[in-house]
Design a binder for this molecule. Structure first.
Ligand SMILES: [Zn+2]
Length: 172
């Protein structure tokens, strides 16, 4: 059980690093968000925040305010799978920022059962709604410039010697 949990955490972190890389596709300047939908160990959809298909690739207006028709990464991933022959039923959503309440509604209705996120969004109402719907929520400590360094830090944190404890640090 514990071993499987460790393996799941490792997979969650790897998918999250991919989601961060996917966020680089976003042409939004204020904030770049990436999302992946994973089902049965397959990436079935992906998304990043941006304007709808056919619109200019500019997210902000002249006052640097995000345009109201910009789709969030989660919405793009969910609507992309809607156009495919696959289904988001029972899938896991990886998203680099915690979902807002509008995306939380879509996540619930799309039948997604698990949401893994990295940065906590300033408002928690999206997360609260997902919680109410009984969706499993997992926060992972992966950042935009993750790569190998985060991995090393995480492994170092698991080293019992780092936790102090009853000695063993002052080896000859
Ligand atoms: Zn959203």
């Amino acid at each position: 059980m514990k071993k499987n949990q460790g393996k799941q955490t490792l997979l969650d972190e790897r998918y999250m690093r991919m989601a961060f890389i996917w966020a680089e596709n976003s042409y939004c300047k204020r904030r770049k968000v990436g999302a992946l939908l994973v089902k049965d160990k397959m990436i079935i959809s992906d998304g990043y925040n941006g304007t709808p298909s056919g619109f200019e690739n500019v997210c902000e207006d002249e006052n640097n305010v995000t345009k109201p028709y910009v789709l969030h990464a989660e919405a793009n991933a969910i609507t992309k799978v809607a156009r495919s022959n696959n289904s988001s039923e029972g899938a896991t959503l990886y998203v680099t920022s915690s979902p807002c309440i509008e995306c939380a509604k879509l996540i619930i209705q799309a039948g997604i059962k698990r949401v893994v996120y990295a940065d906590a969004y300033r408002l928690s109402d999206g997360i609260d709604l997902l919680n109410r719907a009984g969706i499993e929520l997992v926060a992972v400590g992966v950042t935009a410039d993750a790569g190998e360094e985060t991995r090393e830090v995480a492994e170092a944190a698991c080293d019992p010697a780092e936790h102090g404890g009853t000695g063993g640090v002052d080896e000859p």
